[in-house]
Ligand binder design. Sequence first.
Ligand code: LLP
Length: 436
Amino acid sequence: HGTSQINEQGHLEIGGVNTVELANQFGTPLFVYDIALIRERAEQFQQAFKKENVPYQVAYASKAFSCVAMFQLAEELGLSLDVVSGGELYTALKAGFPMERVHFHGNNKSMAELQMAVDAKIGCVVVDNFYELQELSRICKENKFTMNILLRITPGVEAHTHDYISTGQEDSKFGFDLVSGQVHDAVKLAKEDEWVNLLGIHSHIGSQIFETTGFVMAVEKMFELIVEWKDRFNFIPSVLNLGGGFGIRYIEGDTPLPAGEYVTKMIEVVKKKALESGLTMPEIWIEPGRSLVGDAGTTLYSIGSKKHIPNVRDYLAVDGGMSDNLRPALYQAEYEGVLANRANEEATETFSIAGKCCESGDMLIWDLPLPKANHEDILAVFCTGAYGYAMANNYNRIPRPAVVFVEDGEAYEVIKRERYEDLIRLDLPMVKKITK
Ligand code: LLP
């Protein structure tokens, strides 16, 4: 997929770059991002809006993968940015990302984070709860700055990958509850508050969603509210933010829609509902994370030890694992992979790919068909671009991998590999007890 192909040496090539050479040059494990694919995805989302002539913002949900270079790419692609912490906001500032296109999420933003958002004059805070509304208003007043806000609502539509369930009684840590009527109080408070400018509402129904049904239900719920608010509070949202969650294909059996189709469907129901309710068409904002960067990422590992258990299983161990990809251990997420240095060879065996962490749950892939693999072969695991590096950690004091961007036959490093010195950078020596 993307720009991946097999060259005449039988090596996997991404973005016109030989991955075996990348592994030699930068070491393994290594995250390789196919930048052309990120551009293509951003374009698909944006075109779907342009085609319908609907005002929009496509905000990259940066939790999926954030670093200075990624934020600079997002800026170049005309994306807005969804940040969820002071750390992500700091990275955006350092990347020179235009602050008016930054949206700040989170269910427990600290006072320092809200202050940072006000100081940076970001585009919008997605307010999650009453405490935040009150404190944001206080900080804005102190700084004589009016902040644009959206209110996050829990629409009572919960998406579970292929499936969705409509929960009458919403139980989520995020957003203003609909059933108890909290959301109405929030609108009233925000409308009366001169230090916040209520632009509209936000809902996010879940992640790795393959269907449009959940989004349609969320829009319908939102319009029920909007019609009520028009009469009760004279409030008509100018922005509807429908969140992210658009699925990608990790394995053969995954069946996401093309990126633009989610948008086209959303526009269709928002248009229909706006017309029915006699309201002007709001701006539509979305927040894709995984679908922008997920399948653009590939992780290269070196294969080390093998274990053959007769009549049971063959294990192949790689030089990373749950330290650079937590998703299999955390969500039983499934991946596919190939030998990057022998990508032209037929799969004749089945191997289970183990990580190197001291934990039985550190398995990356079960029963992967591969050619007869040996020590020092390079394993490429696909679709690791979202929530891979982002959730990487130093368990077992394993340094985090390097990250490279590849495009048009060129590769450049965007995150350096951690060194052992980095691991102890914040460690302090033990203080000796003074004994008399
Ligand atoms: N907007 C909001 C408010 C979100 O909470 C999220 C994801 C997104 C947008 C982006 O969702 P996406 O388009 O990436 O699906 N670590 C998990 C995923 C957690 C998603 C959390 N929120 C994983 O690895 O599958």
